[in-house]
Design a protein around this ligand. Structure first.
Ligand SMILES: [Zn+2]
Length: 473
């Protein structure tokens, strides 16, 4: 118990004792008649009580009213906060749904947001976009127009409006609207187009990215900016490749193959395009052509990705002998046979032919002694053969050079590691940059016979699209 409450209690008890004492000794006084009128009387104590209450009433009422007001305000504030939070989470969900391409659900969430905040800029913009994707172009147009009334200088809204017109089939008005943006906001239009393209790329919405890319290129061509235009060619190539992949996914094999051929004619070192051309051949049913593709890819780029693909394919189709023979013939034909020998060694290991594996790896050991991947493989072979001492030595050599790491592939642009090969780095968005990792700081790419390949990516800030040179030690 706190001191103050203790003292309060004492005072209260004392007051009660005093009150009962005085009441007892002045009982007759309290019952003295009090004349209200000349004829009617009431006891004095009632008058005293009434006076006391009357004195207390104004301040008590004021206190009560004040408390009520504060309560009400607090409750209102809390409700507004809850509503704002629910609108915010609705909006967040709407954005997530859009990223997933669930336009219907996104539209529902945005309707809830707009019911609470009818002028919410991003909600209006996104709601219009969702409606357009749902094929309700007229309504989309209406929403974007309403938003423009409040935000007349938003370039993003104007572009949205242009897209709505296009979706409605008013190509001419769409073109005029875009032209107006470029005229009224010189320089800004290009930045917005690039941002929209990069956003679409981040969402892997390649169709949309291609549309934006075409708009960018048209703009640069009209401005006569040849340097910027040629800097765009890398991204354009990357996007063309993605469209090819999409066609392949849709089983439109012939179109996809034609696209990859076109790309390879322009850039023979575009490794993903060569890999995918082989995949297209496989889908066409001509395994021979696919294998020939990949082999040609290896011969022209020196990239081990092709060897991996050949090996994987032949193992998957249960033709290990053919895999061995293919790698042997590649070794025979190669000037620099380190990588094919390494792969053949690894293949022997996969097939549990340990003596052959060790012999093959021994034959390249001197040349890639510094590669942790090499030692890791050696260690695993020794382990399988039960030679634990030798295995331990090899593991140690591997750990010393690399640290334990299962990721075998690495982006040449941002150094991000991956467990599998991929055509485009998810971390930095560069195409043609993922390569089997032989720790090139320690074993040079030239020693491995890997040739330099260009990489392309779109950068966000500067709007520049550098052709990154492969760093070589
Ligand atoms: Zn990267």
């Amino acid at each position: 118990m706190r001191v103050r409450s203790y003292i309060g209690l004492l005072v209260a008890v004392a007051a009660a004792v005093a009150a009962s004492y005085w009441t007892h000794h002045n009982r007759s006084l309290f019952y003295e008649p009090f004349h209200v009128t000349s004829t009617s009387t009431i006891p004095l104590w009632i008058v005293l009580v009434l006076l006391f209450v009357a004195g207390l009433l104004p301040s008590a009422t004021a206190l009560l009213v004040q408390n009520l007001k504060r309560d009400l305000a607090l409750r209102r504030e809390r409700r507004a906060g809850r509503e704002a939070e629910s609108l915010r989470s609705s909006f967040r969900r709407a954005v997530d749904y859009q990223v997933d391409g669930q336009w219907h659900r996104s539209a529902q969430e945005l309707e809830a947001v707009l019911k609470g905040q009818p002028d919410h800029f991003s909600a209006l913009q996104r709601y219009g976009e969702a409606l357009r994707h749902l094929g309700r172009a007229d309504e989309a147009l209406e929403v974007h127009r309403r938003a423009l009334a409040n935000y007349p200088h938003s370039v993003a809204l104007l572009y949205g409006l242009a897209d709505d017109y296009e979706a409605r089939g008013d190509a001419e008005i769409a073109r005029e609207t875009r032209a107006r943006v470029l005229r009224d906001y010189p320089g800004f239009g290009l930045a917005v187009l690039r941002r929209r393209r990069n956003q679409a790329m981040a969402l892997r919405d390649w169709e949309e990215a291609v549309r934006q890319q075409e708009a960018i290129e048209t703009l640069l061509r009209e401005a006569g900016d040849g340097a910027a235009l040629s800097a765009e060619s890398g991204v354009a190539r990357g996007l063309a490749y993605q469209r090819g992949v999409r066609l392949l996914e849709l089983d439109r094999v012939e179109e996809a193959a034609a696209r990859f051929e076109e790309l390879l004619a322009k850039e023979p070192m575009f490794i993903p395009a060569a890999i995918m051309h082989g995949e297209a051949e496989l889908l066409r049913g001509s395994e021979e052509a696919a294998l020939a593709d990949w082999r040609r890819g290896y011969e022209s780029t020196g990239s081990p990705v092709f060897l991996q693909r050949i090996e994987d394919h032949l193992i998957e189709s249960s033709e290990p002998v053919r895999a061995i023979e293919t790698l042997r013939s590649i070794i025979a034909a190669s000037k620099n046979d380190v990588l094919p020998r390494f792969f053949l060694g690894r293949l022997y290991y996969r097939l549990e032919m340990h003596d052959e594996a060790l012999r093959m790896l021994d034959s390249v050991g001197e040349r890639i002694l510094a590669s942790p991947t090499y030692h890791f493989l050696l260690a695993r072979i020794h382990e399988r053969r039960g030679e634990m001492r030798k295995a331990a030595e090899s593991y140690l050599a591997c750990v010393r050079q690399l640290g334990i790491d299962k990721a075998e592939y690495r982006c040449r642009s941002c150094r991000m590691r991956f467990a599998d090969w991929r055509d485009r780095c998810e971390s930095c968005g560069t195409w043609n940059s993922i390569e089997l990792d032989f720790e090139e700081e320690k074993v040079s790419a030239a020693e491995l016979g890997i040739r330099e390949a260009p990489m392309w990516s779109a950068s966000d800030e500067s709007g520049e699209f550098p052709q990154v040179e492969l760093k070589r030690s």
